[in-house]
Every structure is written in C-alpha cells, then in structure tokens.
Design a protein around this ligand. Structure first.
Ligand code: ADP
Ligand code: ADP
Length: 229
C-alpha cells in the first residue's frame, strides 16, 4: 500500500500567480520518485499539497486510488512520514521528540528506533542543551543529530509513505553522507518522494522529475537524464 498519484494538479497560493501548472506523476507503492529543480520551482509546494495544507484548484491527488479530499487529516498524517530540511524539535527530551505522534509506543520501541537512527545515547537529553543543577551547560544537538531524531521518529511511526524535503541539504558533506545512508534504510520498501536541489543526490530513485517553473521539464532515471545532458 502507499501508491501516490498527482493527476494534472493545478495550484496557486494567490490567483495572480500559478505555482503548479498541471503536474502529473505516479509513485508506485514502495518505489522512490525524486523531484528536483531550482529554488522556487514548486517542489515544497508538492509536499504541502500531499498533506493537504492547501486545496488544489484543478486535478486530483490520490493515495491508493483514494482522493485525499476524502481522507481525514489524521489518516493523512498517519500515512505520511516527513523528514524536513530543518527539523524543529520540542524543548523536551529526545525520547519525547521521537515518540511524538506515537504516544502509545513502548519505551523499548523508542529506544530501538533511537539506536537504529544512531541517536541512542542522547535520548534523555534536551535538543538545545540544558542547565543542570550544578550549573553545567549541556551540549546542543548538531543539525545531523536533529535529522537523526527525525529519522528515529519516522522509524517508530513506520508510515507507508515517506516525504523527504531536502532532508540533508543543511548538512556538511560528511554528515550528509551519513544521514543519506540512514534515510536509504528507512525508505526501503516505502513509497518515497525525495525533494532535492541536485540530480547527483538522487541517483538511485526509480524516477526523477525535473520541475521548472511549475511544470515537469524532464523525467526519467538518473542514467537516462544524464544521457540527454
Ligand atoms: P521550491 O520548493 O521548489 O523552492 P516552493 O514550492 O517552496 O518552491 O515555492 C514555489 C513558489 O511559490 C515560490 O515562488 C514561492 O515564493 C511561492 N510560495 C511558496 N509558499 C508560498 C505561500 N505560502 N504563499 C505565497 N507564495 C508562496
Ligand atoms: P524553504 O524552501 O526556503 O525552506 P519555504 O518552502 O517555506 O522555504 O518557502 C520557499 C519560498 O517561498 C521562500 O522564498 C519563501 O520566502 C517563500 N514563501 C514562503 N511562504 C510565503 C508566503 N506566505 N508568501 C510568499 N512567499 C512565501
């Protein structure tokens, strides 16, 4: 389960400026589609529309054949896991942050998810440091560590659909590679939409869609698109 379809989707934030001008693509269950393109092309808008933050003005968005207009917000949020560019964490323990959205999860499951995401030793810490009784200042989580918290949350939630919106773009290249490896593991077997700036970061996607000015300029595998260049 988890097939995602955009059928001739039209969208504007305001009537004077079209953002998506008839976008169609399909992500078969368990496959990965990457959306690349310049800043402002409408990539993040696609992710917001899948969560139904906004209503579209034309076309349809379907999950497993069902129009998302007929799906409750709760089911949508349960079906889609999101790792954004910058994960904003609650000022509570890492364990609390991992458990967010799955309050019924056992402590054991939270710990396992943290270990898989390689953030295990941090789970009792606070994201932005803390002042202890003896006046010590705790360490802040780095950007990569915050992404690991988001990954642990996704492992625990185990959604059929995964949305990665430039999830590694704020990281230095060494950390980016580590987080990319963790994301590859999480996305295995899930329907995954990866939003990226550069083609080089989405080599293994089943299909790459190049979005330009609200339209699909090109589509194909990495090899096919490179062959054209
Ligand atoms: P990308 O992710 O490809 O950089 P976005 O989908 O974030 O692009 O944005 C596409 C266009 O829509 C941009 O020109 C942006 O300025 C505009 N935009 C984004 N969000 C809003 C909004 N809430 N209201 C009005 N315009 C917006
Ligand atoms: P980013 O992609 O940088 O994380 P967003 O996706 O939220 O940020 O927005 C992308 C672009 O849309 C930015 O250039 C931002 O200034 C613009 N934007 C965001 N929200 C609005 C808005 N409400 N009205 C107009 N432009 C917006």
């Amino acid at each position: 389960a988890g097939k995602v379809e955009f059928r001739d989707v039209h969208f504007s934030y305001d009537p004077n400026r079209k953002i998506l001008k008839g976008i169609s693509f399909e992500v078969p269950a368990g496959k990965t589609v990457a959306i690349v393109g310049p800043s402002g092309a409408g990539k993040s808008t696609i992710s917001r529309l899948l969560f139904r933050f906004y209503d579209i003005q034309g076309g349809k968005i379907l999950i497993d054949g069902q129009d998302i207009r007929d799906v409750t917000q709760e089911s949508l949020r349960a079906a889609i896991g999101m790792v954004p560019q910058d994960t904003v964490l609650f000022n509570d323990t890492i364990a609390y942050n991992i458990r967010y959205g799955r309050v019924d999860a056992s402590e054991e499951d939270v710990r396992k998810a943290a270990e898989l995401a390689q953030i295990g030793p941090f789970i009792e810490r606070l994201p932005d440091g803390y002042r202890s009784m003896v006046g010590e200042r705790g360490l802040k989580l780095s950007g990569g560590e915050k992404q690991r918290v988001a990954i642990a949350r996704t492992i625990l939630k185990a959604p059929p659909i995964l949305m990665l919106d430039e999830a590694t773009s704020a990281l230095d290249s060494h950390t980016e590679q580590e987080i990319q490896a963790a994301l590859d593991l999480v996305s295995q077997g899930r329907t995954t939409i990866v939003i990226a700036h550069r083609l080089s970061t989405v080599i293994s996607a089943d299909e790459i869609i190049v979005l330009q000015d609200g339209q699909i300029a090109e589509r194909g595998t990495h090899a096919a698109l490179m062959g054209k260049a």
